[in-house]
Design a protein around this ligand. Structure first.
Ligand code: BYC
Ligand code: FE
Ligand code: FE
Length: 471
């Protein structure tokens, strides 16, 4: 499945054979580039960035690295190779051949899922567009831009589906995806986490750890879809997503490492005087990003989720590896709810609890990342751990949104919340402090003082390689 880079839109879907689709996408392409110039990374459009471009869509496929100006990046349409004889794995149609064409009766539901997924991609680029000005190193600057161009490509992935399968209203949705703006009160992005600002690099690393990981879980569920083109496009997107989460996990790990070095060097937890981000502040940022990111899974009990499943559109994480009837009509799933002043588990219909089930898988994955950060802290002999707050903490979506819950899961009254909130979430002071550290470092090989250098460079290059040639 080599990708054809000779045509105007790189692709591995034989775009040349479908004139209607090719015209629709060629009409959208300049609008996308206009959007990129307006809302993409500010101040670096003319810089040459050492970017990775996929050359095949095979999981083992090789990538090409080279310096590229971002507006010249070859965004295109890449689907994972088809699985021969693929069948629908769950829901009412389980066992039937996967759909190669749009199942007409599910048109609206599928369009909604594709638009919601598509909307997050440009939103994240908008959120991150000013970060280049305060990069901690050229290595990090390059990683930011790699993430940004790939999120741009994820938008292409969803626009391909809209244009290929949804006709005129698909084209209209494709235009709307370029018109909404993150954080704009009049035309916001669809999901709340994508309207939050990403003002500093600690927020960026937390975002790529926590929020891009929602991307992993949502894409994995959509990769199970009975609508095969959606499945294949999501399977390829997942290979790109892995890099975004690496940027987040390794970014936070380096901040943790630097904090530990300063604690050891100065024998105090109060390391702000030495230009570090203390672990208490890191914990608050973590609390904030975890809560907004778990909101992205939707309500604990959701008829939308039940319908998507029954229709065969959105499965569970690793659906085909689960050993049950894949219909779930009589199954139950434990969920938490507030009762008698505490949070208690109860059995809910499994079909309605699918969002919660996916959130559970996500939380377990986050915990594995935290364990790796805690290993670093432990290796410095520091007696402190980063922890995930309780899932009911600081929620805006679902049954916990109405409650005040401490990070340890205690239900609080409003007064207790007001007294303690500042201990648990970044305050204006915390944010101002972190912001004060955000001074650009653009000399090859140098790294800002609040973060440890990366363990290794990119594509076998040294850390002092010129990953970005500033224009
Ligand atoms: N904010 O029945 P419910 C990524 C709405 S991240 C605002 O629970 P459902 C990326 C909901 O839409 C992955 N509204 O909903 C990461 C519904 O409204 P309607 C993005 C919310 O449908 C980093 C209503 O509340 N992909 O790729 O089961 C960088 C009832 O809720 C929110 C997807 O999300 C919220 N947080 O679940 C770049 C996959 N939560 O429809 C990229 C596609 C819920 O009744 N989306 N609502 O008007 C979905 O699968 C589902 O839409 C959701 C919501 C899981 C998001
Ligand atoms: Fe994405
Ligand atoms: Fe991502």
């Amino acid at each position: 499945m080599a990708i054809d880079y000779a045509s105007r839109i790189p692709n591995n879907v034989d775009l040349g054979a479908d004139r209607r689709l090719q015209r629709a996408l060629e009409d959208w392409q300049p609008k996308f580039v206009d959007w990129w110039r307006e809302m993409g990374p500010e101040g670096y459009q003319a810089s040459e960035v050492y970017l990775r471009t996929a050359m095949t869509a095979e999981p083992s496929g090789w990538a090409h690295f080279g310096h590229v100006r971002m507006p010249d990046y070859r965004w295109g349409i890449f689907l994972a190779p088809p699985e021969p004889e693929r069948r629908i794995a769950f829901g009412d149609h389980a066992g039937a051949p996967a759909w190669q064409e749009l199942p007409g009766e599910y048109r609206a539901a599928l369009r909604g899922l594709i638009v919601t997924q598509g909307d997050t991609e440009p939103a994240s680029v908008e959120q991150q567009r000013r970060l280049g000005h305060t990069c901690p190193s050229l290595y990090d600057l390059r990683n930011l831009f790699q993430v940004n161009v790939e999120e741009g490509r994820h938008l292409w992935a969803m626009v391909y589906l809209l244009d290929a399968f949804f006709g005129r209203d698909g084209r209209e949705e494709a235009e709307q995806l370029l018109l909404r703006r993150s954080g704009d009160p009049d035309r916001p992005r669809i999901l709340n986490a994508f309207n939050e600002p990403t003002p500093d690099w600690l927020s960026f690393f937390m975002f790529t750890f926590f929020t891009d990981r929602d991307g992993k879980y949502q894409l994995a569920s959509l990769a199970e879809s009975g609508f095969d083109p959606l499945s294949r496009t999501c399977r390829f997107m997942l290979t790109e997503e892995a890099h975004h989460m690496f940027v987040g996990e390794s970014g936070v790990a380096r901040v943790v490492r630097r904090a530990c070095e300063l604690v050891r060097a100065h024998d105090t937890d109060q390391i702000r005087a030495y230009g570090g981000i203390d672990l208490a502040t890191l914990q608050k940022y973590l609390n904030f990003h975890f809560a907004v990111s778990i909101d992205l899974f939707g309500q604990e009990l959701s008829t939308n989720a039940a319908n998507y499943y029954t229709m065969g559109l959105k499965g569970r994480f690793q659906e085909t590896r689960i050993d049950d009837d894949h219909r779930l009509r009589d199954a139950t799933y434990p969920i938490l709810r507030a009762a008698g002043g505490t949070l208690r588990e109860h059995a809910a219909p499994a079909l309605n609890a699918l969002n919660e089930r996916l959130r559970d898988a996500y939380i377990a994955d986050c915990a594995r990342g935290l364990a790796r950060w805690n290993k670093i802290i432990h290796s410095f002999g520091i007696d402190r751990q980063l922890t995930l707050p309780h899932r009911a903490f600081n929620r805006a979506i679902g049954a916990f949104a109405r409650l005040s819950v401490a990070p340890d899961g205690r239900l609080l009254d409003a007064a207790a919340w007001d007294r303690c909130g500042a201990d648990w979430l970044p305050t204006a002071d915390d944010r101002a402090y972190v912001m004060s550290l955000m001074q650009p470092v653009t000399e090859p090989g140098r790294v800002a003082g609040w973060i440890a250098p990366p363990a290794r460079g990119i594509d076998g290059k040294d850390i002092d390689y010129q990953y970005v040639r500033l224009a």
